[in-house]
Write a protein that binds this ligand. Sequence first.
Ligand SMILES: *Cc1c(COP(=O)(O)O)cnc(C)c1O
Length: 401
Amino acid sequence: MKNSTLLEISKTFGTPTYVYDASKIKSQYERLTNSFNEVKNLRINYAVKALSNISILKYINQLGAGIDTVSIQEVMIGLKAGFSPEKIIYTPNGVSVEEIQKVSEMGVNINIDNLSVLEQFGGLNPNIPICIRINPHVMAGGNNKISVGHIDSKFGISIHQIPLLLRIIKNTNIKVNGIHMHTGSDILDIEVFIHAAEILFETASKFKDLEFIDFGSGFKVPYSLGDNQTNIEELGKKLSKRFNDFCKEYGKELTLAFEPGKFLVSEAGSFLCSVNSIKQTTSTVFAQVDSGFNHFVRPMMYGSNHDIKNISNPDDNERFYSVVGYICETDTFANNKRISRINEGDVLCFKNAGAYCFTMASNYNSRYKPSEILFLDNKAIEIRKRENIEDILRNQVEITL
Ligand SMILES: *Cc1c(COP(=O)(O)O)cnc(C)c1O
């Protein structure tokens, strides 16, 4: 989005605020579907936890995607946004069997990643087909960052437990309609992904009633100009061919599914905040903004390095700043970052603010959560109002003394 448009939005709706560019979500969706156009049945299930605003979900529904959900609440929002239950897959980890039961009664696809849960749920519902989440335990060159599920991960059913899995399925008569993996990591090396996929194919060949194979996500998006990213086009070419070959061997045209979160919404998002003050110490120039890790926790929680632009003064000389928040605790967004000269009152724009940003916001320091703006067809639409003091107090119960 253009700086002038973002600046205009910050004037109209105030700061801090999140802005999402619908056209970027659309182009990422199309990039992914085009990369896999050799596959006859492709399903993209957007991972709701990345950004769960109901208007974003409605937009993504209209693009033709389904959704991947991890809680009954995400399922409820998805249904309200208009997704039919068949287009929703529920991939819980560590939730109660009661919740899984309730979600299955809504007609949603269930993905199970625990043998004990499988036995309990399958015993109660032998007629409901389910998908099985496998942990393929693929390590790439010993680098934990691109590993796709280490041996002690809490996610998935280990491939080493496939014999036990098959026994439980036989004993309970459960019908398995899908095989799934999700690694949760930023995968750069296509070969690693293909290697994990091979394990999934081998597992899939042991099940006779499959309808789909779900390869999860883990696509890396660029965080700055020239930053590396997953080569989706190359992955599309290689995996599509392998998938089509597998379907021939299997004797049935299966659906290939993905569930990207970051890939679809990360780059579409910008976070706008205003500089309250410039503070110079003996070693550092701080730019203090009207936000903190209550609104944007990724730099502190994951060490993620978001690009920051001064959209009020984009063309001035660059200087080094530490961008920090207003929370009474250390809340450093960026250390020693080159940013075009900052004056008090300027609006800063944090890039890649679409995924895992608003959804992780809290009310720490009793601050209001920011508003959210969708930029669609050249119009800025407020899709979440900024909170007020009523919101902060809503469920608090005052005692009488
Ligand atoms: C979080 C999650 C995703 C999305 O991961 P991204 O890295 O955002 O693409 C996909 N599938 C499952 C099961 C998840 O938990």
